[in-house]
Design a protein around this ligand. Sequence first.
Ligand SMILES: [Cu+2]
Length: 226
Amino acid sequence: MNDRVLLGVVILMLVVAGASLTQAFLLTAEVTDQSRHIDQLASQFGDLAGIVSSLMTSQNSPSAQANNVVYLYVVPDFGGSTYDAFVLPASFSGNTPNASATGGAAPNNNITVTHGVPIKFIISNIDTAVLQNFTSQVSVPFTIYNDTNSGQVALQYTLGESISKLAISHTFAIPDLQVNIPIPPDTMVVFTYTFSTPGVYTYLCTTPCGAGMGLAGYMLGYITVT
Ligand SMILES: [Cu+2]
């Protein structure tokens, strides 16, 4: 082997070693990036309300509910003083409106779902008012989530359970189907319901809560079951 060939072999070895080092460096960077991503996910999972609110803005529309999940906000004074409303995420930025957010027109809060499949309702109530002590028996199981300094606290209500004088702001009722879910102040209420028969059902709040009560687009809307 002459000197020139030897030099060539050494250069080749250096190039191969360099490439391996670069690859190792890139791999380390990728792993670091992934663990950062996992850290971000973990911190997000500590904030259930945050997750739901991001899902709400990305998935909801007045006409179709993605993945058989219906997201609704309950917003106080949405249409002006005491015009509280059930509001679809498409009509709500997530901030408490200072004045009428509807510009005088009744917002569209109608919902369309499919019959025969479980529909998950996730209702975020940003109203802090207590307007009724609610006493009833649970006909549809539900969970109430409440934000605290130490995280999310969940209260589960099972079928047939008695509810006595629960302090609430509103309810989510479908009178034709004997559904009436209480909504305490500043909570998220989650329940699942399977509609068996297609049709148009009225949903509304049964708590005396002001001018929006019983008014379409505010505390009343329609569920079209296809
Ligand atoms: Cu109400």
